[in-house]
Write a protein that binds this ligand. Structure first.
Ligand SMILES: [Zn+2]
Ligand SMILES: [Zn+2]
Length: 100
């Protein structure tokens, strides 16, 4: 939906685009748009987090089991639980014991 995003951005920045209620609502719901990749967010804090951690960055968190990469540790946790049925906290504890 890249085209839609572009329209959305111009709506938010210039405020002169068309009368589509949908666009208007979308603009209101997600008024904070990343100038680099045009993703939009509901909160300014979410946008700054995106710019700080996601946008143009490599994924730094790695699943210790399958080495899939993620931006956030919480994503790895969810992934490990859903895909591997493992609580990452348990895994941490095991790793720490092994290092000692
Ligand atoms: Zn971005
Ligand atoms: Zn994995």
């Amino acid at each position: 939906m890249r085209v839609f995003n572009l329209i959305n951005v111009s709506t938010c920045i210039t405020g002169i685009y068309g009368r589509s209620l949908l666009l208007f609502v979308e603009c209101k719901l997600r008024p904070f748009t990343c100038p680099t990749c045009l993703k939009s967010y509901t909160r300014k804090s979410n946008l700054s987090r995106h710019q700080r951690i996601e946008c143009g960055q490599e994924k730094k968190m790695v699943c210790p089991i399958c080495e899939q990469r993620f931006y956030y540790r919480s994503e790895v946790k969810n992934h490990a639980l859903n895909k591997h049925g493992i609580y990452l906290n348990q895994l941490d504890a095991i790793e720490r014991q092994m290092q000692q």
